[in-house]
Design a protein around this ligand. Structure first.
Ligand SMILES: CC[C@H](C(=O)O)C(=O)SCCNC(=O)CCNC(=O)[C@H](O)C(C)(C)COP(=O)(O)OP(=O)(O)OC[C@H]1O[C@@H](n2cnc3c(N)ncnc32)[C@H](O)[C@@H]1OP(=O)(O)O
Ligand SMILES: [Co+2]
Length: 145
């Protein structure tokens, strides 16, 4: 049986916006369609609108409270690219593997992500200036949904 690759695919590219309606305008103009209804993820203090792009998603993130990481990001940097996210089959294994390589996670344990996924974030300094997220797709599913 072929070994499962560490990274199954690009799950999403996330964009911070103060307002999902305004933030959606370029993607609607590009002809992209929302994957489903907006989703509030309380643990992260965000409301998410995801647009389908082939096998991956554009994830628009608007803050739902002042202490949301997205609110902080918007105050410091304004709207725009926030993070990239990659699909993994076994998040706990990837956390252990990367930590053994010296990677710095923001938390030692996964947190709930969009659509009930388990997610973990690597520190932007470790990511050489990019906030990187790992999203668990246990079935090893490559596509979204
Ligand atoms: C609905 C869930 C959804 C999903 O996909 O399932 C999500 O993705 S939710 C996304 C929102 N949640 C998070 O981002 C959680 C993880 N983020 C954090 O904990 C913080 O945002 C953190 C720690 C990455 C940054 O917080 P803060 O800016 O307050 O910390 P620092 O000022 O110490 O920043 C350190 C350093 O990193 C730079 N930085 C901050 N954010 C980013 C970013 N998004 N991309 C790149 N770089 C970033 C910041 O400017 C500092 O740079 P330095 O030059 O070292 O001063
Ligand atoms: Co994300």
């Amino acid at each position: 049986m072929a070994a499962i690759p560490h990274i199954l695919g690009l799950d999403h590219v996330a964009i911070a916006t103060p307002n999902l309606e305004a933030g959606s305008a370029p993607y609607l103009a590009l002809g992209l369609t929302p994957e489903g209804p907006d989703e509030e993820v309380g643990g992260q203090g965000v409301c998410v609108r995801a647009f389908v792009v082939g096998e991956t998603l554009i994830e628009l993130l608007a803050p739902t409270r002042e202490d949301s990481p997205i609110a902080t990001f918007l105050q410091k940097r304004g709207p725009g690219l926030h993070h990239t996210a990659y699909r993994v089959a076994d998040l706990d294994a990837e956390i252990s593997r990367l930590q053994a390589l010296g990677a710095r996670f923001l938390s030692n344990s996964p947190s709930p992500g969009r659509s009930g996924t388990r997610v973990a974030f690597l520190h932007p300094r470790w990511g050489e200036g990019t906030l990187i997220e790992l999203v668990e797709h246990p079935a090893g599913r490559v596509g979204h949904g």
